[in-house]
Design a protein around this ligand. Structure first.
Ligand code: CA
Length: 222
């Protein structure tokens, strides 16, 4: 999953980015409102974490402008002020959730997971695809009752495919959701990851869940 973080407090932004990357998310950071608005409008992401108090353009103004443009990416607002008026304005202007500073990293993660699930229409933290289960909270993956060990990147790729099960996913889409925009894209990387995941998820099972779509990409299929 690919997140955009708009936060001007550099030390906080860096801590959040590092923590989210450890969880397997790809994270781009904008350090002021102008850069944040530009990236929200021009770079696809799965979720925007948006601070309200920002230099140049504030978070609520960014939110209004991207919603007016029809961008429906889920937005989690960060508010230092924590006033009821801010929260109401934010939610009315199209925010999906908010978090008051200071917050715990665990709560931030739980809210991100909830918003990403909501977008994918998955109600609980456990996604099932046939006898494969993926627990988005613990990152544990089981197939046929057996635990499967995946690296953070492998997990992130499988989770994204599970949230979009039965949909064709191009290599470009997969890498956009897995890497930040600084990553120099080589589409072979996705093939390498898919092969590794296949060896762990499908090998030894009668039914393959990961399908190659010739000329298109991949699909995790029930
Ligand atoms: Ca701020």
């Amino acid at each position: 999953m690919h997140l955009l973080l708009v936060e001007d407090e550099k030390s906080l932004a860096d801590i959040i980015k590092r923590g989210l990357e450890e969880e397997g998310y790809a994270v781009d950071v904008a350090y002021d409102g102008e850069e944040g608005l530009f990236m929200a409008q021009n770079e696809p992401s799965d979720l925007i974490i948006l601070d309200i108090m920002l230099p140049l353009i504030d978070g609520l103004a960014i939110l209004k402008r991207i919603r007016k443009k029809g961008i429906r990416t889920p937005v989690l607002l960060l508010t230092a002020r924590g006033t009821v008026a801010d929260k109401v304005t934010g939610l009315d202007d199209g925010a999906d959730d908010y978090l008051s500073k200071p917050f715990s990293f665990e709560e931030l993660l739980a809210r991100i997971r909830a918003l990403l699930r909501r977008d994918a229409d998955v109600k609980t933290a456990v996604i099932g695809v046939e006898d494969l289960t993926i627990d988005m909270a613990s990152h544990q993956v089981h197939r046929g009752g057996r635990e499967i060990q995946l690296s953070a990147r492998e997990y992130a790729l499988l989770e994204y495919m599970a949230l979009n099960k039965n949909k064709a996913l191009s290599r470009t889409a997969l890498s956009e959701h897995l890497y930040d925009h600084d990553f120099d894209l080589d589409s072979n990387v996705i093939d390498v990851f898919i092969n590794r995941i296949r060896n762990k998820v499908d090998r030894g099972f009668q039914k393959s869940l990961i399908h190659t779509l010739r000329g298109t990409g991949y699909m995790l299929k029930e």
